[in-house]
Design a protein around this ligand. Structure first.
Ligand SMILES: [Fe+2]
Length: 292
């Protein structure tokens, strides 16, 4: 048994103030209290989902993947051990993250991966989106998805599939020229079509984009309208993905990487069969420059 969901993520950013405005007024996330020097945001019953701290990376600093319970964590650590990865239990970090038990390791690209169970929920405080977003799609599908650069795709697949238990959803053969095609790997660990995608490209950063799914098509449209009003650059116009069938747009964050803001993706089950696609978008998602 592998991980069951992406639980939380942490970004290290150069401009905390720009991110606060971006996270609350644009993405519609609710700011909550966090440890000193860290801004935290929630978008469901969980006490927090996104943590942002100040630093030079402008990148994903860590990702938290969850398991059901103590036995699930022990089983996961044994899986990792079997492929030569030792994850260290860290009680102090568990306390900081507000989870019951946690172990930490690095993926083959050096990204910090945190494995845990027993996250805190905050149902006593109703979720109020400062941008009026009607709701966010999480639950058993977890926080959303992340797309990571993985120069050594074999090592990354081994870590995430054999180690963390992700299963292949599909490939997109992304044509970047007459003689150059990138094979994007989409992986799932729950009914969300992909919680993780791997781009086989060496890059100085870990993160290409992260995705937040909202409850209604109008929530996507309203955010699309907010972007130019707030001076935020759209990276990909509205469009539709052939594999997860998500209606979405992409915007540049203050850190340069992108957020996909989407609605209406399908979910998948145990009867899923791997397929291949030749395009990343059925229509739309036209590329725009970052003018911010
Ligand atoms: Fe995406």
């Amino acid at each position: 048994m592998g991980v069951t969901a992406l639980g939380y993520y942490g970004f290290e950013v150069t401009d905390l103030a720009a991110w606060r405005r971006y996270a609350t007024e644009f993405l519609g996330l609710m700011e909550v209290a966090g440890p000193a020097g860290e801004h935290r945001y929630r978008y469901d019953e969980r006490a927090w989902r996104i943590a942002i701290s100040e630093g030079p990376a402008d990148d994903l600093a860590y990702a938290g993947f969850e398991v059901a319970d103590s036995a699930g964590l022990a089983a996961l650590l044994a899986r990792l051990e079997a492929i030569g990865v030792s994850a260290e239990r860290d009680a102090a970090l568990a306390k900081t993250r507000g989870v019951t038990e946690l172990a930490v390791c690095k993926d083959p690209t050096g990204l910090q991966i945190e494995l845990y169970y027993g996250a805190r929920e905050a149902t006593e405080h109703p979720l109020v989106s400062p941008a009026g977003v009607s709701g966010f799609v999480t639950g058993e599908q977890g926080a959303g998805h992340i797309v990571l650069y993985a120069g050594d795709i074999g090592a990354a697949r081994r870590f995430y599939m054999e180690g963390l238990g992700f299963r292949l959803s599909d490939y997109i053969d992304m044509s970047l020229g007459p003689d150059f095609t990138l094979e994007l790997n989409f992986l799932h660990c729950n009914p969300r079509h992909h919680t993780l995608a791997l781009a086989p490209v060496p890059a100085p950063k870990h993160l290409n984009h992260f995705m937040i799914e909202v409850a209604r098509m109008d929530d996507v449209g309203r955010a699309y309208d907010r972007a130019p009003r707030m001076g935020i650059s759209i990276a990909n116009t509205l469009g539709f993905h052939p594999n997860d069938r998500m209606f979405s747009f992409y915007a540049y964050t203050p850190s340069g990487f992108e957020v996909e803001y989407g609605w209406g993706a399908r979910t998948i089950g145990d009867d899923w069969k791997v397929v291949r696609h030749s395009v990343t978008s059925t229509w739309g998602h036209h590329r725009q420059p970052n003018s911010a």
